[in-house]
Design a protein around this ligand. Sequence first.
Ligand SMILES: [Fe+2]
Length: 217
Amino acid sequence: MRFKTDVKKIKTLSIPPDFDVRKLPQLWRCGPEFIQSLRSEMLDFILEQTPKHPEYKYLSVDSRTHMLFTDVYPNIPGWHCDDFYRTKAYSDQPDLDHLEAEANSIHYMLLIGDASRTEFLVDDIELPSAREVLEHHGTHKPIYYHYDELIEKAQPKTFHLEDRTLYRFGPHCFHRGQAATKNGWRYFIRLTFSNHYEPQNELRYQTQVYTRDRVSW
Ligand SMILES: [Fe+2]
């Protein structure tokens, strides 16, 4: 199955280099009206700069603020898609085979801070379908564990997102978080247009970090 690498740079946003991301709330599936009610100039600006997609019913926005130390990850390490589509037929694992037909989406993503710049593939990639992965490996491990191994083996060409730059990508576009290359603040925000990822309007007050190795003073 061919996985489309459709990541596209939209534009660099004029965000001052000394902008303090600690001022921004952490959103979990928040809709545009809810975000406007938070009265954040920066969030209003990001919303306004994001292209509109009236062909989709919902816009849901997720964001996270991290104070990163070198070598920790702001998200689970490993190649994955932002699929948001799990079905019983796939044992509650991502159903990547019916994703475009049943639950398509368009994501926009922006990073403020360059300590951990998400890595994307450069080209489309040929990989087994989700059904084939499940049939071959079973369900002991999450499906992305296997995709991560397969992509690592393939050693495809990759690039890292630039910070303060808005990108667009689809639900089949593989990417992975990066260990922080230095200490620093990072704000991640992703705006998702879809017909199924309905806003829940929750704020989050905690954030996880992840490591692969021993971290010490
Ligand atoms: Fe992701």
